[in-house]
Design a protein around this ligand. Sequence first.
Ligand SMILES: Nc1ncnc2c1ncn2[C@@H]1O[C@H](COP(=O)(O)OP(=O)(O)OP(=O)(O)O)[C@@H](O)[C@H]1O
Length: 299
Amino acid sequence: MTLSLQHVVKKYKDFTAVNDLNFTIGKGEIFGLIGQNGAGKTTTFRMILDLQDQTSGTITWEGTPIKKINRDWLGYLPEERGIFPQMKVEEQLFFFGQLRGMEKSKLKKEIDFWIQRFDLEEKRNAKAETLSKGNQQKVQLIASFIHQPKFLILDEPFSGLDPVNRDLLKNAILLLKEKGMTILFSSHQMDNVEELCDHLCLLKRGVSLFSGSLLDLKKQYGKTKLTIRTDVSIEDFSKMAGIKEIKRDRDEVVITLVDESYAKPIFDFVSNGNYIEKFSLDYLSLDAIFKDKVGGDLA
Ligand SMILES: Nc1ncnc2c1ncn2[C@@H]1O[C@H](COP(=O)(O)OP(=O)(O)OP(=O)(O)O)[C@@H](O)[C@H]1O
């Protein structure tokens, strides 16, 4: 394993912000840390980054305590956004790359690649303060990994991005993974986590409710989401067993089953021996699982 947290605790006086946290991230993995506001995500990042000490527990990178490792292995996009407002985009990226010891010609190639990739060519010589919020975020993001770190931490990288830029970012993260980077990120948008993560940790008030592969988490709930395109009314489904929740969504009926064994009798009932256009049995979405795990208690 590349990064490993073992029994990590962080206390602020008598308040425990992170409580006995354990997870490991494999090389080249994209790992999601999810949890509501105040769950302890940023605190965890800051401990991994050695910006603050844990109260107890160990954090290691390839078996070595992180404190003993050269900082250049790391990249970080903090939740608080900030770039130099007066500096031009390209200058800014040169500044961050050189700060991290990158050689100029290699840096130039990287900058050209990412400016192109993030659709910032027209902004190359613009001062950062004249850029839209989304474009500033893209520049800060590039700055976080321009020195090609082995491990990249992104705190809420998707916040404030429109759908087009969201996709640009998503594809960039996948490209970085392809290049062998290990990536840890947090997001409140479960669809982003679902699309990107191999593994994840679900935090609630500093306690891990789950840590492991996304598929294993989904398997805990089984294939219990049933979507059927049908005119059959919700009332008519009331005679069927195994339905936990049912609602109509335009021309479809969406059912949460007690377990997947109830799907077949429902299929027989709805199709009645005829062709049906859509009948699909899926795992629950991460969003539904998250809400179930953390409950309605938002405090
Ligand atoms: N320096 C500090 N002193 C006291 N309490 C703190 C300090 N920093 C964080 N906390 C508390 O620790 C808890 C975890 O905070 P943290 O910022 O890690 O949450 P988060 O999961 O990143 O939340 P968000 O999604 O809102 O960014 C919160 O209750 C917060 O108020």
